[in-house]
Design a protein around this ligand. Sequence first.
Ligand code: ADP
Ligand code: MG
Length: 697
Amino acid sequence: MVSFFKTPIEFLKGVGPQKGSLLNKELSIFTYADLLQHYPFRYEDRTKFYKVRDLHQEMSNVQIKGQIRSKQLVGMGRKQRLVVQFADDTGTVELVWFKGINWISPKLKSGIDYVVFGQPTRFGSKFNIAHPEIEVLTPVSAQQEFLQPIYSTTELLRRKFLDSRAIFKFQKILLQEAYNRIPETLPQHIIQQYSFLAKKDAVVQIHVPKNQQLLQKARFRMKFDEFFFMQLRLLMQKKIRLEKFKGQVLQKTDLLTEFYKSHLPFDLTGAQKKVIKEIFADFKSGKQMNRLLQGDVGSGKTIVAFIASLIAIDSGTQLALMAPTQILANQHYEGLKEFADKIGVSIALLTGSTKTKARRVIHEDLKSGQLKILVGTHALLEEVVQFQNLGLAIVDEQHRYGVAQRARLWKKNENFVPHVLIMTATPIPRTLSMSVYGDLDISIIDELPAGRKEIKTIHQYDANRLKLNGFIKKEIEKGRQVYVVYPLIEESEKLDLKDLMDGYESIARAFPEFPISIVHGKMKAADKDFEMARFVKGETKIMVATTVIEVGVNVPNASVMVIENAERFGLAQLHQLRGRVGRGAEQSYCVLVSSYKLSKEARTRLDTMVRTTDGFEIAQVDMNLRGPGDMMGTQQSGQLDLMIGDLREDEPILSIARQSAQTVISKDPDLESEENRLIKIQVEQQQKKNVNWSRIS
Ligand code: ADP
Ligand code: MG
């Protein structure tokens, strides 16, 4: 027997084949279950009436009681509109219709009390409401007490009268039949612990909320469910992995002690020490490490990676560090080499552009075990790259690697799966790391090295260029260097290049006395390197560049970062760019230059940059603006397909759900006890749906 919930939607009373097929196509609603899980995305409070006097600009939809004072057709032809003066005892608003005038106009009569519902917009001293809902005030509507659910639909559906109200009607019809069949998914002990509504009641209250309080309870229950099973899945993956893979025990520390004694260039921060301890504990445990290392730009991840490698090397194994781009691989190589050279550990770089001969040497030295550290791009994954004994794999991922690629790294050691440390260059919000990396252990470097001066960030409009130039001049005369960065957006590369060239010329005109470098993506690699080198040596004072410098440059003497057309950059990019300065002892500055015309989002981005330098805070704002899926890129967005949970606002619920899942797993690892029977059923059902169940790392 086909389960009730799998019944095709066309069989629901009032739907039928035509509407059914529209729902399939437009909203991917195929079955009863799909409809029930098409949750409202907001609710309109129809419990409250506003007075015209109390309207203000920031209101969303409001409900007003009143009467029609006058009605008038304004304009001609396609510009024609119906304007109605609607008044209560405190004032008048204008109701405006652009469409359906012939249909609505005859229904609007004076001398009758109406209820109007819509979003007020200010026009001069008056408010108007375009295309409001309007109905005659009846004793029932006067004391309505309900929250009207609003469902997402599409333009096409609305044209076919499948609007939010129609969907609401279908939900009510379906719930009649479905209510008693909705199975409970959580065991009694959890339901009691959090005083949850029963699942079936939660589903009803989500669609037809009786009042605000029950709605909140229902949403809490449904969100918890979703997060709980997501976390349970991640934690079970982790458990399976730990059971399946033994880790090489790495615990010799002679090299490390020598490094600490003679070569450590600075005192480690408390956060760095904490993270090193966490990694070392994993190394000693006999279990395979799978750890995510998060730390803001400049927080000192390189030294942590190096110290971990020293322990691995001392125990007779090798390190591979893989980065998503050549520039990044280069940067890591330079960073690690500085330490490796000091203590005499061999290190090499392998990328797409490594010459055949050098490549061959690397392959041999890896195989023999002479080469200890190999840094590179995905060139590392090729079959010919074989290690004698790969002990630690570090992946700088910036969200760019797929699971399959990571898995190939795992196979580089036949006897033991290497320990894995994943580094992210930009912080990601807690809810995101719990969802995307929930099966990993997480280490966070949440402290910058001492003595750093906070970078001062200023937002400046184009028009103030003279003032800005004066400031740049003063800084250079103090001996500093300056970056000026232009955006590069693929679609309009030509325009961007023109922007860059125009910018370069005007800078050259403004500062005839200073040598200037220019670097952009269309230059030959050798020319790029040459220009970079001149800037690094201090021969040029200003570096005009596209975002190629976002990663990979470290010039401590550069203390000013000017970002042109800053409104066109995303937050993560702005934060990365700003991280290029503030690396020396001097006070550093970041100047965001934009036009006066800014979208609301762009303004939020710029304001955020001015307000804070905290990467985690910036990441949070970024997620709120863009949504979690966009932020992580397509690679991981599948895991972020949530029906009702929202990573932007549900951190408290997610945390509780994770904790709860952890408790269940630690008490009953295989979900065998009777009290967890419902959980087990649910997990098994999810497994059937989820193809990529055995995802690793
Ligand atoms: P990121 O986390 O961005 O990779 P890096 O490892 O490149 O940061 O470190 C940024 C800069 O800070 C480097 O110049 C590094 O030498 C320096 N640094 C790292 N840790 C410390 C510390 N504990 N004290 C002082 N300087 C440090
Ligand atoms: Mg780094």
